[in-house]
Design a protein around this ligand. Sequence first.
Ligand code: UD1
Length: 419
Amino acid sequence: MQEFIITGGRPLSGELTLQGSKNSSLPIMAAALLGGGETVLKSCPELTDVYSASRILNCLGCKCSISDGTAVIDPAGAEGSEIPENLMREMRSSIMFMGAILGRTGECTVSIPGGCELGPRPIDMHLAALKKMGADISDKGGRIRCRINGGRAHGARITLPFPSVGATENIILCAVTAGGETIVNNAAREPEICDLCGFLRARGADIKGDGGSSIVINGVEELHGCEYTIMPDRIAGATYLSMTAAAGGEMILKNACVAETEPFLSVLEQTGCTIYAGRDKIYLRSCGRLRAVRERIRTMPHPGFPTDAQAVLMAALVRAEGTSVFEENIFDCRYRHTAALIKMGADIEVMGKVAVVRGVSRLHGAEIEATDLRGGAAMAVAALAAEGTTRLSGIAHIDRGYEKFEEAVSRLGGDIRRV
Ligand code: UD1
């Protein structure tokens, strides 16, 4: 099991070019399964989750190769409709393939991804929507079989009880080649949804309204190949900005999606950091001692404060002057990183979905273990701002979402080694 050895307490400085978005890559790779023609994806991050998606494509008979940040996907021989349980377990987002497989073959068999490190993540909204589009669904011992009579889904009017990112994506994936019009009300508005729709439009799909809460998809007969560049990863961006804010120093983030990062930047700015944002660059300077954020930091669906940035911002605020209060509204178990931060000297009290962070003047290194992707990244943020050396295990979680994490941190002057 690999670990990161991180020695903190020194300011960071430098320039970083942001990787492509993990949360865009996964549904876009699923979307490449639909229709005909080869897809060339530029800026495809080389992450363990992306390799898991590639293995799923391969097992469905779809060719997929990834090198030097480019994925080439050819669905010509993709006749498979079943994802084995071991591949479903590798990554929760494997559920995203359900809509695409159904759209391609009219049937699919997957397993319930089950509980994960963020608590139970049900798929009831995904299944209810696919049923409305004509799927018969049965569950035998955790294996879910979906079958569409006649082989082609039909359009439907679907109102989601909550703007679920994954459910919105699955509906879009099933609807682009379905017969007729699908309307998704209360759709998720995350930028990665727009990226998925941008990709599908480049392949000939008819989709309108993405980025708003009502998306209209008119099914087309065929999709063709295309070349597409995946959007930058706004959460990786938030992580590196939080890191420099916490340790002090200055950095320039290049290939940044500035508008999409705004809900995070507007909160980070309240900590006293100097931030300038250009078209696709963000400059940040921090004196290393932040101010607490006065308003309660509430995670909300986009354009609210992103749940994926909650842990990394908290890690930056543990050494701030004053008390910051977080409210996690998206996931039930998203404070698991707080135990490690407390071990490093932080003063955090968790009460249900609220976490009260009272700023301390110093953190110290410790032996800690990453419990989930963003929580693990948050521990690295804290370690770089702490005095002494931290041994961070469980870093497979971090490798799921950060491309060459230690290289990026080293480029900013951080003292980090993988052992
Ligand atoms: C996606 C992101 C994840 C991000 C999350 C919220 C990817 C690969 N992952 O996850 O990084 O943290 O959006 O922005 O893009 N829910 C149900 N029933 C369902 C579906 C969801 O109850 O059928 C609940 C979930 O348990 C959760 C909430 O809805 O509490 C939001 O989940 P959702 O938006 O679906 O997140 P994911 O798509 O899983």
